[in-house]
Write a protein that binds this ligand. Structure first.
Ligand code: HEC
Length: 197
């Protein structure tokens, strides 16, 4: 092997006028490389064994938010704040006329929905139960009005509903309401889709 060929083989000789240098790696590069090594040596065990993680952070935040939500829920009125408030009742009457009459009749005696003036309540007549019936709806055809009305208007329409003349007779839907299209109730006093009297 000639000397020239050996130089070529070692890669040291210029080729086509281009020579290969062999400079030392810059200090900043080496330093940052070793920094990442040191960082990993600290970070990886810390991440794996300290219990600190995104999941734990997330769970802590959720816990905090739930605690706050519980506080807010506890501060919401569970009794109707507008009971007997004439201005609020007048506003409630408007809601009643625009929404509720279609299914419960203007006098509340019931049509598609059950009577709201008789002594029978399927879901209860406590303020909380009535609020839930209107805000969240009920399965057999009562739509949820919470998103559209908001809590104030719901309390107001319920305050108005309480002022409707009551009937001591079992009304539409009593004693247990049977929705049109479902099986007829077997309870005495109920006849098919328009049970009660
Ligand atoms: C689309 C027809 C419809 C409209 C509009 C409607 N309701 Fe109802 N409502 C029903 C039906 C049907 C039920 C029975 C649901 C069931 O038995 O699961 C019901 C049930 C209820 C109950 C529960 C009665 C009980 O015995 O526990 C209350 C309270 C009530 N409605 C109030 C209202 C109020 C207040 C409004 C106006 C904001 C309203 N509803 C608007 C159809 C309607």
């Amino acid at each position: 092997m000639s000397e020239e060929i050996a130089e070529y083989a070692a890669g040291d000789a210029p080729r086509d006028g281009i020579a290969e240098d062999d400079n030392p790696i810059p200090l900043w590069f080496t330093a940052s490389f070793w920094l990442t090594v040191v960082f990993a040596a600290v970070y990886v065990p810390y991440y794996m064994f300290s219990g600190w993680s995104q999941t734990a952070q997330y769970e802590a935040e959720v816990q905090l938010a739930e605690a706050r939500a519980a506080e807010v829920r506890a501060s919401l009125p569970t009794a109707n704040p507008y009971r007997g408030d004439t201005v609020a009742i007048a506003e409630g009457a408007e809601v009643w006329k625009t929404i509720c009459v279609a299914c419960h009749k203007p006098d509340g005696s019931g049509l598609v929905g059950p009577s709201l003036i008789d002594p029978y309540w399927k879901y209860g007549d406590s303020d909380e139960a009535l609020y839930a019936s209107v805000a969240e709806g009920r399965p057999l055809g009562m739509p949820p009005w919470g998103p559209q009305l908001g809590s104030e208007k719901i309390w107001k329409v319920l305050a108005y509903m309480e002022t409707l003349p009551r009937s001591s007779e079992p009304g539409m839907g009593a004693p247990d309401y049977v929705a049109p299209g479902t099986a007829a109730g077997s309870t005495p006093g109920t006849t098919g889709t328009q049970p009660g009297g």
